[in-house]
Design a protein around this ligand. Structure first.
Ligand code: BGC
Ligand code: NOJ
Length: 817
């Protein structure tokens, strides 16, 4: 069952009922100011950091779902006998609407609804170059007679630190402060501005208003929720000025619309920072100059429309970096629009703020952000460059790294610390992808601090050497890399041994044991060690490349011996040196990660192990909704394995379908030339392909979720944790670089598709460095192999289009077969 449809031409997903199985959300903002917005107008706003600078309140885990947002109430007073209150997004009043449509576009959302022949249209977006969210609200009277209406706005302020805001009531209920100007048209939220904060927020409308409220209790009534505000019921604002408690911003606009008449209002929710020495315009009165300037910029419809055009053009331009046209509509829509869009959202959010990540927990993940980079580097290489430097700055001198950092401070998060032994290698992955994309070797020579301490800086290449050496020098009894607290699978906690509830699996126990090893990290070391060696060669350091390859050979050997179980790769060795993910185990006999990653790294290909490993995956882990992470699921808690065995069977890391590593297996299949199978894996978790079962899948049909419940789960096929997942980047890498086969190498783009036999011909436009490539692939029914590659009319040998600086346009014809 579907709850909407894709409008590819408009680059939008159109939701046709507010009652989606879960809130279906969108992200607004591209630089520093962000909002989450659901299809019922729920959500919240923050500046840079969802924990430290939250503008509006949201209540996670609330009932009903998704309750708090930026709401507009329309009260129809035309006929006093049937006066009705409704919201354009249906929530929070939930009056049945005569018409409802939500369109989530790239960086904006629109809501079009009507009730009793009154139509409301709300367009919401964050403009490219200002720290504000604009809502353009148009009310149209479609009645045959004049309509009398009142429009009320409502936002609830968060007292900045979202964590403290929901805990520290003894203080916070006394700190709230506001200022009101223009009889309520503009409301300033200035809590803590009197002391150490130099920022405030505004909520303003570009018209004279008929009243306002800034006290939540005055607006709602002490025992009401936003579904039944007293003020709206009474039809009259109280002009309350908050002092402590819970400040809000609400305006009332009374309207009389002739039959057929429309009126438009522009609401601006903004964030303003003032210089320390220019905070006040009078004692106790905030300096409003920058706020007025912001409001001036968006006071007309024309200005707002122009800002929207600018935003749309920005996205059009971004997405033109990689564009496919094939006979397969679903692939085209995911590749051209939604997959790349989600990659950009993960660039902005890492794992910090979604409807499943509360914004106060995890900041930017070291491994997460490095992997996200693989998916957006072709879109925003300059910002990727800065991101790499920021991430590398949280590395320690021995090569290990803070597992997370806060986006606002860019400082490593000491609560979680380090000890996740895959982290260092992901830095090589991200940097290599950046250099292959851009050819910019200067980044490798950039001086980058360790733990943000510039006095101990090394070049970025020096950091990568630390990463490489960390793994090379932290090996266990089988010559495999030590796992530390965990590797990519955060829940494989082989040194944790937690016996008491509440202990964090991520931080409890010794961070490193001398024994527990990871075959997955071995796969990473082979893959990214080679990429490191290539970077060393590019810098002319052949000796270092040689040394690296000698180290890699040792780990390769360990992976195909101690790391091989007979039919598949072992997952790990635990703290007692027992195998994890082996036929010797009672449960958890086979894990997906080492099969995917070792094979994509090329391990076991020439020995014939790779074929076997992938066959085992197909036989033991595959389902109709994707490939499960392990089987059989753990039915009881294993002290020696940690969190992985804490989940009920079928959920999360305990035998869920973890979408993130499905692409690894799909890529592995392309390495072996299995186009049919690679695509089958791609298709099973692909949102556009499972749109039809939205009532089972539940999460948004336009983006990937971290996890789909596995076969052992009661709700097999149900998605959770949508949006912020490495699935976005890895899927884009898989489809764009391996299945469609346009892979950036240091010497130029390589063209080597691996597609299903019936895929058909396709064309790709790819911007790469300073040129545009028009690539036309003639498939000839082949799954893999290029028999002829022509570049600008000349046949070239091999798969790589030689990169020539200065050439701006390449016309490429690739004939498969
Ligand atoms: C989850 C993992 C996640 C980790 C991070 C665990 O509970 O299952 O997916 O990476 O928490 O904190
Ligand atoms: C989600 C985390 O963000 C990611 O870092 C981790 O690799 C996966 N869960 C698997 O545990």
């Amino acid at each position: 069952m579907k709850y909407g449809f894709f409008d590819d031409a408009a680059l939008e997903y159109v939701i046709t009922t507010p009652k989606t199985p879960l809130p279906w959300i969108n992200y607004l903002g591209n630089k520093e100011f962000f909002s989450l917005i659901s299809n019922t107008c729920g959500g919240y706003t923050f500046y840079k950091d969802a924990k430290l600078l939250r503008l509006t309140r949201y209540r996670y885990n609330n009932v009903p779902y998704d309750n708090n947002g930026k709401y507009f109430y329309i009260k129809d007073n035309t006929d006093s006998a049937c006066s009705v209150v409704w919201n354009p997004g249906w929530q929070p009043v939930k009056t049945t609407l005569d018409q409802y449509e939500c369109r989530h576009g790239l960086g904006y959302s629109t809501f079009t609804s009507s009730k009793n022949n009154v139509e409301a249209k709300v367009l919401t977006f964050v403009p490219m170059n200002d720290n504000c969210e604009i809502s353009k609200v148009t009310i149209t009277n479609n009645k045959e007679t004049a309509a009398k209406l009142s429009l009320f706005s409502y936002v609830e302020w968060c007292l900045w630190n979202a964590d403290d805001d929901m805990k520290n009531f003894q203080r916070n209920l006394s700190t709230g402060e506001v200022e009101v100007t223009d009889n309520g048209s503009t409301i300033y939220h200035k809590t803590e501005y009197r002391e150490r904060r130099n920022h405030y927020a505004i909520y303003s409308v570009n018209t004279a208003v008929d009243g306002f409220d800034t006290s939540r209790d005055a607006f709602l009534g002490a025992y009401n929720g936003p579904d039944s505000p007293d003020v709206v019921a009474e039809g009259k604002c109280t002009n309350s000025v908050a002092s402590g408690w819970s400040p809000i911003a609400s305006q009332q606009i009374n309207l009389e619309l002739a039959a057929g008449e429309s009126k438009t209002f522009i609401f601006v929710l903004g964030y303003i920072e003032n210089p320390e020495d220019d905070k006040w315009e009078a004692p106790g009165v905030v300096n409003k100059k920058p706020a007025l300037k912001m409001l001036e910029a968006y006071k007309t419809e024309a200005a707002v429309d122009a800002a929207l055009v600018e935003l749309k053009n920005y996205w059009k331009e971004l997405l033109s970096n990689y564009h496919i046209s094939s006979s397969n509509e679903k692939v085209d829509r995911m590749v051209n629009i939604w997959n790349q869009y989600q990659c950009m959202v993960t660039f902005n959010m890492s794992r910090s703020a979604s409807y499943y990540e509360s914004g106060i927990g995890r900041g930017m993940g070291f491994r997460d952000s490095c992997q996200d980079l693989l998916g957006f580097v072709h879109l925003i290489p300059d910002r990727a460059r800065q991101r790499i430097i920021d991430i590398a700055s949280t590395q320690f001198q021995d090569g290990s790294a803070y597992h997370q950092y806060q986006p606002l401070t860019k400082k490593g998060n000491s609560d979680i610390g380090s000890g996740f032994n895959d982290d260092p290698l992901w830095l090589i992955a991200g940097t290599s992808a950046y250099v292959r994309e851009t050819g910019d070797l200067s980044i490798l020579k950039e001086m980058v601090p360790f733990d943000n301490d510039m006095s101990v800086a090394k070049t970025l290449m020096g950091h990568l050497k630390c990463s490489f050496d960390f793994t090379a020098t932290h090996k266990g009894p089988h010559g495999l890399p030590l796992i530390g607290r965990a590797d990519w699978n955060d829940c494989l906690n082989l040194n944790c041994f937690s016996e008491h509830p509440g202990e964090s699996f991520q931080t409890f126990g010794p961070s490193e044991g001398p024994v527990a090893e990871s075959v997955f990290i071995a796969g990473m070391f082979v893959k990214y060690g080679e990429e490191y060696a290539q970077l060393a060669e590019l810098l002319g350091d052949d000796a270092e490349a040689k040394r690296a390859r000698e180290e890699i050979a040792k780990v390769y050997e360990a992976a195909i011996t101690a790391g091989w179980d007979g039919e598949w790769f072992v997952r790990a060795y635990d703290a007692y040196s027992n195998k994890v993910g082996s036929k010797e185990c009672e449960e958890g006999q086979i894990y997906i990660e080492p099969q995917g990653f070792c094979v994509l790294a090329g391990i076991g290909v020439k020995e014939g192990l790779a074929e076997k490993a992938l066959k085992s995956v197909e036989e033991r882990l595959d389902t109709k909704y994707g490939v499960m992470i392990l089987q059989p699921a753990y039915t009881k808690y294993h002290l020696e394995l940690g969190e992985v065995s804490s989940y009920p069977p079928g959920y999360k890391e305990n035998a869920g379908i973890f979408c993130h590593n499905n692409p690894w297996v799909s890529i592995a299949e392309t390495v072996l030339g299995h186009g049919d199978r690679a695509f089958e894996i791609y298709r099973k978790t692909c949102p556009a392909y499972i749109e039809d079962i939205s009532e089972i899948h539940c999460t948004e049909p336009y983006v990937y979720s971290q996890m789909v419940a596995g076969r052992d789960a009661k709700f097999f096929g149900q998605g959770k944790n949508s949006w912020l997942t490495g699935t976005a980047a890895w899927t884009f890498v898989n489809i764009s670089q391996y299945i469609l086969g346009v892979y950036p190498t240091h010497n130029g783009l390589s063209i080597n598709p691996c597609v299903p036999a019936d895929f058909g011909d396709f064309e790709i436009t790819r911007k790469y460095r300073d040129a545009v490539y028009h690539i036309s692939v003639k498939q000839n029914g082949a799954q893999k192999g290029i028999k002829k590659l022509t570049v600008n009319g000349t046949e070239v040998s091999g798969n790589v289009i030689p990169y020539e600086s200065g050439v701006k346009e390449y016309t490429v014809v690739a004939e498969m077969g």
